[in-house]
Design a protein around this ligand. Structure first.
Ligand code: SF4
Ligand code: SF4
Length: 670
């Protein structure tokens, strides 16, 4: 037990430590409050549940890097349990009691504390070795990625301080318990590890053991008091900010549904994000929540093919800039420089495929993709600076209603098929939204024709909009041209609300995403179904019967906007299996699917310089499965892989849409 003087000293030390820490915390929240909008605090029970769920289960961490994640989870669970341990130690310091007593509860408490102490220590040794001895590739950045000038040295120092703090705190507490065990008979069944170490103190007398236990009590708790003022500046802050980030994130219609801009606000001069203070509150929060683990970088197709883009570097750079100018920013001052000077380069901004892999994999709920697309909005709408090739796509959407800039009929693809338009179709089950690719791009037109064949075979009553259909504007939105997207979306919504279709059937996941998940922002609420889902329905209900002929080995590529953005994984595989295909998965499948390289308006511009093309990297992965066919459910993926196959000398699997495979089974000549 502490002496009266020590008790007073401890209270004073706690007060000083908390006072120093709250200053940094207050500044951090003042910086976050500078951001646009507000943090989301509606539906509190769901938010509390979400934050507790990810923190206690560690399930977002455990999705990747199995060994590292398991050890991280031990450290996290250990730290959570150590809140109770620290409380118990303080109580034992102030009162002559044994925390939780020596009954079953007390025994279990000592056992769990003992086991977690060892697991946390083992985890921290692993993490320090991984960073400082092995210099693990996962913790590095390749050349060309822009890093804030303080990042490299700052990350190492921060990791060292945090690592040494945890080793000191948990190590001292564990050793203190071994002294306690030595003082109380030399062995405690419920502290097996501390008992093992207690054997080392056999030569020490009672007084020496008491002094040792006392000193280690101070070292364990003193380490916390010394660390607390630094805590809000360290990456260890993710311990609180990670769960709080999940707690305060907006509930999005889907992983990548972007927020609209308010063009009705005449006072507004800034559209999109150029500086830190233009970011939304949740985007600023991301910088504080970031663990700096680089998992998003590991999943990023642009980074993995050697481009300048690293989503983790973006978050880390934001954090270091905020940290450097915290007082200025908290006091409301203008940030010293634009994001493009320290956070991300323009080529990196334009290398993003908007695939959402970084958002999906982040263990603390960060959304770097949204920052990048908001920076594009600034570049397009405010600065007027964007890749020249995009000008053609924008002009095409504005003047011809499609990014291909194609004049002529939107129904040319259907020549000879006698496809009905809504005007003369009578009652329909589905409106087939053909999309610009299906309407104008020769390879994608085959998908549209294949689908018509399937619909006819199943006796589905359908129609198309024909010339009344317009581009959904997906490309404009992902490219940062929100105003053009707004115009296209509102025009389509006017048409669709007039037609009022029971369901909309699409063959393009980008149409699916914008129509179903983003048009509601402008008053368009529709039931939208992807053709792979619809075909699965037709097979399931018995309306579509497939001859079980021609088994092929097929690998399915999950398009980002079908899978990760809209959670559709089962239907395409079910359809392919029903068609007799033997499925073999690529190493990166379903939510971990690797982009084809077309999304985020990449299809309309030259790919940034790197070590490989994204489509080639993915096609090589498909080749590795030994499949005869690379199947997909997106006209843009199809086009990218068809090109990649050509680059590979037409030597790999044939590239087909699921609809084409089914139509072939039905005997269609496409
Ligand atoms: S959205 Fe995809 S391409 Fe863009 S930063 Fe994230 S992972 Fe990289
Ligand atoms: S943004 Fe998320 S995944 Fe990326 S480094 Fe930060 S915590 Fe890790």
């Amino acid at each position: 037990m502490l002496t009266p003087v020590e008790k007073i000293l401890f209270v004073l030390a706690v007060a000083l430590s908390l006072w120093l820490a709250q200053q940094t915390f207050r500044r951090a929240f003042a910086v976050i409050r500078r951001g646009e909008g507000t943090l989301s605090l509606d539906d509190l029970p769901w938010r509390i549940w979400r934050a507790l769920d990810v923190t206690l289960t560690q399930r977002t961490v455990l999705r990747a890097r199995p060994l590292t994640s398991l050890l991280h989870s031990f450290v996290a669970w250990g730290f959570i349990f150590y809140v109770l341990v620290n409380l118990g130690d303080v109580i034992e310091g102030y009162f002559a009691v044994q925390f939780l007593g020596s009954g079953v509860v007390g025994d279990l408490y000592r056992l769990v504390a003992d086991v977690f102490s060892v697991l946390v220590l083992a985890g921290m040794v692993y993490f320090l070795l991984r960073r400082f001895v092995a210099n693990a590739p996962a913790l590095r950045f390749h050349d060309g990625v822009l890093l804030h000038e303080r990042v490299l040295s700052g990350l190492r120092l921060d990791s060292l301080i945090v690592g040494l703090f945890i080793l000191t705190h948990v190590g001292a507490r564990f050793l203190g318990e071994s002294f306690w065990v030595a003082l109380h008979g030399g062995s405690d069944t419920w502290q097996p590890f501390a008992s093992l170490v207690a054997g080392l103190w056999g030569g020490l007398g009672h007084d020496a053991l008491e002094v040792g236990e006392h000193a280690l009590w101070w070292l364990a708790l003193g380490a916390i008091l010394a660390f607390i003022p630094y805590f809000p500046s360290s990456k260890h802050m993710h311990l609180f900010m990670g769960p709080l980030n999940y707690f305060s994130k907006p509930a999005r219609a889907s992983l990548g549904a972007l927020d609209p801009l308010d063009f009705a606000d005449d006072e507004r001069e800034q559209f999109g994000v150029a500086r830190l203070e233009h970011l939304s509150q949740t985007q600023l929060f991301d910088a504080f929540a970031c663990i700096m683990c680089n998992r998003c970088q590991d999943a990023c197709p642009a980074y993995l093919t050697g481009k300048q883009l690293s989503p983790s570097a973006l978050e880390i750079n934001k954090r270091y800039e905020i940290r450097q100018h915290m007082a200025l920013l908290a006091a409301g001052g203008e940030s010293p420089r634009p994001l493009l000077d320290f956070a991300i380069t323009p080529p990196a901004v334009w290398a993003c495929t908007a695939c959402g892999a970084c958002v999906d994999i982040c263990p603390v709920g960060n959304e770097p993709m949204f920052d990048i697309l908001d920076i594009r909005r600034d570049l397009v709408l405010t600065q007027g600076e964007f890749p020249a090739e995009l000008q053609g796509a924008f002009k095409g959407m504005e003047n011809a209603g499609n990014p291909w800039q194609m004049g002529g009929s939107r129904l040319a693809w259907a020549e000879g098929l006698d496809v009905p338009t809504v005007e003369g179709a009578g009652e329909i089950e589905v409106l087939y939204w053909v999309g610009c690719a299906g309407s104008f791009e020769p390879r994608a037109q085959k998908i549209a024709r294949a689908l018509v064949h399937i619909l006819r075979a199943a006796g589905v009553r359908f129609a198309v909009l024909g010339e009344r259909e317009g581009c959904t504007g997906d490309t404009a939105r992902r490219a940062g041209n929100e105003y053009l997207f707004y115009e296209m979306a509102t025009a389509n919504i006017e048409t669709l609300n007039e037609v009022n279709p029971p369901r909309i059937l699409v063959t393009c996941p980008h149409c699916l995403h914008t129509l179903a998940k983003e048009y509601p922002q402008f008053g368009g609420h529709y039931q939208v179904v992807h053709h792979t889902e619809f075909i699965a329905e037709l097979i399931g209900s018995g309306r579509l019967r497939l001859p079980a002929n021609g088994a092929q080995r097929v690998t399915f590529h999950d398009p980002c906007y079908l899978g990760r953005h809209n959670d559709i994984y089962r239907a395409p595989r079910a359809v392919l299996s029903a068609a007799g295909a033997a499925l073999s998965e690529m190493p990166r499948a379903r939510a971990k699917s690797f982009c084809c390289g077309a999304g985020g308006a990449q299809f309309w511009k030259e790919e940034e310089h790197g070590s490989a093309r994204v489509s080639q990297a993915r096609y090589a992965e498909a080749q590795g499965t030994g499949a005869d066919v690379l199947a997909t459910g997106c006209p843009f993926c199809l086009s990218m892989f068809a090109d990649a196959r050509q680059d590979a000398g037409e030597s790999g699997p044939a590239v087909k849409d699921v609809a084409e495979i089914i139509a072939e089974r039905l005997g269609a000549a496409l």
